[in-house]
Design a protein around this ligand. Structure first.
Ligand code: HXC
Length: 511
């Protein structure tokens, strides 16, 4: 028996070396960790249970048949992150460049099936040359098997992707379906077709970094949610992200103890809104002051900066935050901001995370580019996401809530549960100047004094929270310093909220 045990150990040791020392050194030379080192950093000590370590590729029709490696380019299994069960796969670039073979895809599908069966998150670490070229269509089939599982898992268990090397061709579509994507700076890229194909087809000269590096996706395309300095940073970030999420759609997010008092008054908020309504301020500062331990975990902080999304906690309970950012584009809702927030709201709603909305929005972004780009359908996505959400929804209007954007930003009319405003709130169809120019077009022509007079009277009458409060569209007007306490009480009151939408196969969100 001892001999057999020794043989087993030796076999596993060999498997753990992946494609061998030379390739591991090459991986390190690129500034990347190996698949197993990444798992060591991600999972609690001694918690990893590896499956399918002995699986090899089944391709016997090509020149790779003599070249087999145990594990076949991906390490799979389950383990724990901060004591909570997760399923994982980590592509091993040292074996056929982490490319996806039929067997390798089967390994990934096996753990995906278990993750959904037991209701635990799945984390994929991507570092792969794409389809295993020697296997042809068998490999393509493997991708589709994974996509199908990604789709069925969507909204059922959290799916998180780390991109830590190449991720090209159709391979990008598995991470794209997952809930969050973190990319590592300089070593990762994602594109449907690489620079060479781009050059041939469109005659554009572009580097891999410009086409699909982390900066591109975190700031321009919006494909990536996070940009991290290196593999270790990406893993730390994903562990923190997990701490806000429940393990599946039937659970609530974990509650983390805090010593931050729920009735903490934040006096500085009373003077945070500038006297001049056109002066910008940083909404992020408000969020930080309100959340437990001043800790705000921002998502997509480099993309569509006119809206802020992210997670935080109030009296230990996770909340998803959506907030207009007056510092960028005056907080206007444009195509990118609408899509960014809509997807986040749908994630929170799927996973029982209450949504806090902070409103300071002058309206939807005007302009030819926006209209031609489909601001109508894209803005509708945000409206749709808020309107269908059944989780607790708490809204705070800090300043402007104009026009259609007032309706969209989690208003009472879209089943906002608790809608509050600061005394600085201005809830109206539009700003004073625009309104006067339309209503008194002839009277004010060339008469600045008259214009100012009428604008002032419009401001006094309409640009306040009390007209909306009179109609019951706000539940209360509060002092800014009380905001944290009011939110905490509202969350407590809404703890057992139940609300069901009518049965349907699925809605038809304007995609
Ligand atoms: C089999 C592959 C491979 C692949 C890399 N390798 N990609 N083996 N199938 N797709 C192997 C290499 O032969 C090499 O083996 C090892 O992995 C490392 O590759 P290198 O080229 O030496 O590494 P590097 O210089 O870092 O370049 C990495 C790379 C490049 C940019 C990923 O290898 C590359 O361009 N690969 C092909 C990418 C590709 O076109 N894939 C198909 C995309 S289409 P040795 O033995 O020397 O270590 C696709 C369709 C998916 O994926 C559709 C889904 C629906």
């Amino acid at each position: 028996m001892n001999d057999l045990n020794k043989k087993l150990k030796a076999k596993k040791r060999k498997a753990s070396l992946g494609g061998g020392k030379k390739r591991i050194d090459a991986q390190h030379a690129k500034g990347k960790l190996t698949a197993r080192q990444r798992l060591d950093l991600l999972l609690d000590e001694n918690s990893f249970e590896e499956w399918d370590i002995f699986v090899e590729h089944r391709n016997d029709s090509s020149d790779s048949k003599d070249d087999t490696f145990m594990g076949d380019g991906v390490v799979t299994g389950y383990g724990k992150v901060h004591g909570r069960l997760v399923f994982v796969y980590s592509q091993d670039f040292t074996i056929f460049g982490g490319s996806l073979s039929e067997s390798n895809a089967k390994k990934i599908c096996k753990i995906m099936d278990h993750a959904i069966k037991v209701g635990a998150p799945i984390i994929g670490m991507n570092d792969s040359g794409g389809a295993r070229i020697q296997e042809g269509v068998a490999s393509l089939g493997g991708y589709a098997d994974i996509f199908q599982r990604n789709v069925l898992s969507s909204g059922v268990i959290p799916q998180l992707s780390l991109i830590m090397g190449p991720c090209a061709g159709g391979a990008v579509y598995s991470p794209a379906i997952t809930d969050f994507i973190a990319m590592v700076k300089n070593t990762s890229n994602m594109f449907v077709t690489g620079p060479n194909v781009v050059k041939t087809v469109t005659h554009e000269s572009v580097t891999a970094e410009e086409l699909g590096g982390s900066h591109t996706h975190a700031t321009k395309s919006g494909v990536a949610d996070f940009q991290c300095d290196n593999d270790a940073d990406a893993i730390t970030l994903i562990k923190k992200l997990l701490s806000y999420l429940p393990s599946n759609n039937k659970e609530k997010p974990p509650v983390i103890k805090t010593s931050d008092q729920l009735n903490r008054m934040e006096k500085s908020l009373d003077s945070v809104i500038p006297l001049n309504p056109s002066t910008p301020y940083d909404m992020r500062e408000i969020l930080v002051k309100i959340l437990d331990d001043n800790d705000f975990f921002e998502v997509q902080n480099g993309f569509a900066k006119n809206i802020i999304i992210g997670f935080g906690r109030i009296s230990g309970k996770a909340v998803g935050i959506v907030a207009n950012q007056p510092k960028f584009l005056a907080g206007c809702l444009d195509i990118d901001a609408s899509k960014k927030a809509a997807r986040f709201i749908r994630f929170c709603d799927a996973f029982n995370i209450p949504i806090l909305t902070f409103v300071d929005v002058p309206g939807f972004m005007p302009g030819l580019r926006q209209e031609l780009g489909g601001i109508i359908k894209n803005g509708a996505k945000l409206l749709y996401a808020y309107a269908e959400a059944t989780v607790a929804k708490i809204t705070i209007i800090t300043r402007k809530a104009y026009g259609g954007a007032y309706d969209v930003m989690s208003s009472k009319h879209l089943r906002g549960d608790v809608n509050l405003a600061w005394p600085t709130a201005e809830i109206a169809v539009m700003g004073a100047k625009g309104a006067v120019e339309i209503l008194y077009k002839n009277e004010v022509k060339g008469d600045i004094r008259k214009m100012n007079e009428l604008a002032q009277s419009y401001e006094e009458k309409f640009l306040n929270p009390f007209e909306a409060a009179k109609l019951g569209f706000l539940d209360d007007v509060i002092q800014p310093r009380e905001t944290r306490m009011k939110i905490a009480k509202s969350l407590q009151m809404l703890e057992n909220k139940t609300l069901k939408n009518p049965w349907r196969k699925h809605g038809n969100i304007p995609l």
